[in-house]
Design a protein around this ligand. Structure first.
Ligand code: HMG
Length: 445
């Protein structure tokens, strides 16, 4: 069976950044340690006033197409995943295609375009759609462009404000991919939840503490479902575990639970037992409460073991590095986690071709999806070409007062006139509204 997966990847960060421990925490009268250590985000990326989900998506896509020497005829599908759309009818992919057509010869008139919604999960669902389209043989030799783009903004004063971010990830999905091939096996954990939602409103209604529990519950279900088709997982089966990362602290919680699950009934559990005993089994306890208390005790000890910490440092830490520098990119977040891990592998000279990743995606509302990916021979060259450092280092540092202005400028219910903080160059920019209230864009040389 021909491998299908991610052939190229590009990101575009919002061009502004807010330093959470140094700028945000003091303005809120909070301890910087909450952000630097607890939440784990140093900087939130934010969009300048001429940036939005279309410009970030189109700029990432253009970079990817240019690097790979692609023209519109090479693309048979443009799927945009977002939960920050500004139109209930016209998909963002049409705006992005319009931008791209203004700089390339040819057009995307014969490409299928759409927009996917399921909170942060839809980036992965769009990759899935592309995978299925190629596997079904309907692609006529063409590749799919998947663009996950979001401005993850919360109402000011909402606890979620600490996890904001803005950016886009463009991915080329094709046969014989250069970066990773996707497994046929998938697991799902899905339930009707009201933990995070945006009922026709720009900023989310969030029950933050509950959203954490729902994330963990759905991920666990998805892992069990994945194992039911792919067989039991073991910590050594996968070199990295890129998970949806609303903030690194969330992944820290998920990793500990996941490790307990994947080491149960293995030689790792036996080896750990010498120091912390075997994992509690429900049948050994008189009540559910006693059992849960025993689990909490086991987890507290597990997290302090050298074996767990070494696994975490090898398999999880590298996945959250970029997230800690940009915040939550919603639909793009798990794809940033994968990129982060692959970049760390380059930095640390880890040979990855043929190795496997276990990828856990999640969207509030809620659904988790887990699948495996096999790293392909061309991964190093493709990943090395992404200018992550240049983009992150080039961001403008906002003061707290400037941050409030930027937040207001992107608030659909406010009309404020704010000057741009950066100078656009060689990119698509938002220029204002047209006569039918459509958003308008142009390319700035
Ligand atoms: P909060 O209540 O302000 O923060 O909001 P906290 O008091 O819980 O502190 C956060 C962590 O920092 C805690 O760590 C503290 O202990 C620690 P934990 O106990 O949880 O491990 N801390 C400190 N550490 C060191 N030094 C200190 C210090 N102070 C505190 N001085 C919350 C946190 C995540 C609830 C909030 O930011 C929020 O509501 N965020 C938005 C919702 C969210 O991100 N949920 C995550 C799961 S749902 C999801 O991932 C989906 C999502 O991406 C959307 C989608 O799917 O579309 C959000």
């Amino acid at each position: 069976m021909t491998a299908v997966g991610i052939d190229a990847i590009e990101i575009r960060t919002g061009k502004l950044r807010l330093d959470l421990p140094e700028t945000f925490a003091p303005a809120k009268g909070e301890d910087p340690g909450k952000y630097a250590k607890g939440i784990g985000i140093q900087y939130s990326s934010l969009p300048d006033v001429y940036e939005d989900i279309v410009t970030m998506g189109a700029n990432a896509a253009r970079e990817l197409m240019d690097r790979r020497g692609l023209v519109p005829d090479d693309i048979g599908r443009i799927d945009v995943a977002t939960e920050s759309a500004f139109d209930n009818s016209k998909p963002v992919s049409t705006y992005i295609a319009g931008c791209l057509e203004s700089v390339y010869d040819g057009d995307f008139h014969h490409a299928n375009k759409g927009e996917r919604k399921f909170a942060c999960l839809s980036g992965t669902q769009s990759v899935d759609d592309a995978y299925n389209w190629i596997r079904a043989g309907r692609n006529r030799g063409r590749a799919a462009l998947v663009i996950a783009t979001d401005t993850a903004l919360y109402a000011r004063g909402d606890p979620g404000e600490a996890t904001q971010g803005a950016g886009a990830v463009a991915m080329l999905i094709d046969e014989d991919p250069n970066i990773v091939a996707l497994s046929t096996e998938q697991g799902y954990g899905s339930a009707d939840e009201t933990d995070f939602l945006k009922p026709n409103q720009q900023f989310p209604s969030v029950d933050g503490k509950r959203s954490i529990q729902v994330y963990l519950a759905r991920m666990r279900e998805a892992l069990e479902d994945y194992e039911s088709v792919a067989g039991d997982t073991h910590p050594d089966d996968f070199v990295y575990f890129p998970f949806h990362t609303p903030y690194p602290g969330m992944v820290r919680k998920a990793a500990l639970l996941g490790y307990r699950h994947i080491t149960r009934n293995t030689e790792v559990e036996e080896a750990l037992a010498e120091d912390i005993g075997m994992q509690p089994r429900e049948g050994d306890y008189g009540s559910r409460e006693d059992y849960e208390e025993a689990i909490r005790g086991y987890m507290d000890e597990l997290k302090e073991t050298r074996r767990y910490q070494e696994w975490y440092e090898r398999a999880i830490d590298p996945t959250v590095d970029i997230s800690g520098q940009v915040g939550n990119w919603y639909t793009g977040s798990v794809h940033v986690a994968r990129l982060s891990a692959l970049r760390a592998a380059i930095e640390n000279d880890v040979a990855l071709a043929g190795e496997k990743l276990l990828v856990g995606s999640y969207g509030s509302g809620a659904q988790a999806e887990i699948h495996a990916e096999t790293v392909q021979d061309g991964w190093h060259k493709e990943v090395d070409a992404v200018d992550v450092d240049q983009q992150l280092d080039g961001r403008y540092d906002l003061s707290f007062e400037e941050y409030e202005l930027v937040h207001d400028a992107h608030n659909h219910e406010k009309e404020v006139d704010v000057d741009a903080f950066t100078q656009p160059s060689g990119e698509f920019v938002f220029t204002g509204w047209g006569r039918m209230n459509e958003r308008r864009y142009e390319y700035v040389e």
